[in-house]
Design a binder for this molecule. Sequence first.
Ligand code: PMP
Length: 465
Amino acid sequence: WTLSLILRLFQLAISAKGFVVLPAATAKGAHRGGGGGMTAGVTAGGEAPAEACAPARDNPFNSDESISPMVKTVSPSKTLEVHALTQEMKARGEKVVSLCVGEPDFQPPDAVIEATATAAREGVTKYTGVTGTVGLRRAICADLARRKNLTYSQGDIVVANGAKQAVYQAVLAVVRPGDEVIVPAPYWPSYPEMVRLAGGVPVILETNVEEEFLLTAEKLRGALTDKTRMLIFCNPSNPTGAVHSKERCEELAAVLSEEGGKGAGCWVLADEIYERITYDTPHVAFASLPGMFERTMTVNGFSKSHAMTGYRLGYLAAPPIITKAVTTIQGQITSCASSISQAAGLAALAVTDGEMQLSFDVMRKKRDFVLKRLSEMPNLVTAVPEGAFYVFPDVSAHFGKSAPDGTTIGGATDLCLYLLRAHSVALVTGDGFGYPKGIRISYAASMEDIDEALGEFDKCISSLE
Ligand code: PMP
């Protein structure tokens, strides 16, 4: 019996490539949680898994071969290292100030909380239709018409379990194996991975701090090919906070509609989840631009504007050919968004602009404070973010320097790890956003935490030589 087990393990150890990969369980004392090589999905600001899985002992399924090769096309989060160290330090009882999170630090409006409780109490606890309740979809249409000058009908809306699901389903609906999808960088880390999951090829279009992370018409034109299927356009941007103005968006739209140009078959996935949080540059919906309505899929949600991240509520507004396809996909994956969250979403859309503005005014104050502090620090290049709640300074002038303890700061990840180890402050490395020269600071935090974290950050970079 023992001999056959050893033989079986040895068979499993020979990978398709012809070389030997020992299953973790055979290495004495080795512990590997769950599917070898897979990492728990910890995103920027996400929560760590509560605890590692039990060691798999003699389970012959505990092998890379058990996992679909498709998973290997997807990169795990680049923020894991910093996140893991943060968790370790916290577990040791050390205080860590984190400006990593991608969610507002305030509570949802009172009306939302009340609607949540009422829905639960009054039996709004059943499945809804796949695309969401009629009431919520009508309210979304009214909101898009009033604030964004967009005319959708309820049939053009698919309510999803968060904007993230809406983005992924939109990608799945149109991207075929080998199709190119243009992703301007710095980007939200899920975009390239979602494209890969659909079998597409992410084409990363770089922008930099000097051009304020804004995409130009020339760059877009240069990236279009006969294989381009989609442009993913995040405006305002996570991680940079950049907002493309109406004029800039019109220039990009004009490139896509150029006579004889390569943009003819290019869909636009406009991720506008941060559109309510803008400062001096007003946001314009990409679908409202001349000629863009027919080819634009608008994604939005309640996580950022209404601090409803845990409600998992977002939506897609798109031409019927897309909503039909997405409805088919969603119907087989999750059925529908939570009925209780949808009731809360309806209440969220009834909150007045005035009340909403109060929290955005606080965000602006925090942004200005962060910008002022960063401007006083040595050798940082920072573009003024016009939206969202992130600042994304270019810290590359400090690469190659040494820290007082001898650590060499080779790049943004090294800087974030050192900052955490030596100054107990957690920021997110730009590596995961496709801009290895930057770091992301989220100011959706208390003023005390922002103040303390930036004070330490200043000390940290001032100490590098
Ligand atoms: N798009 C962007 C650009 C985001 O930053 C996020 C959240 N981090 C999402 C989509 C997903 O939001 P949701 O919570 O609605 O899934």
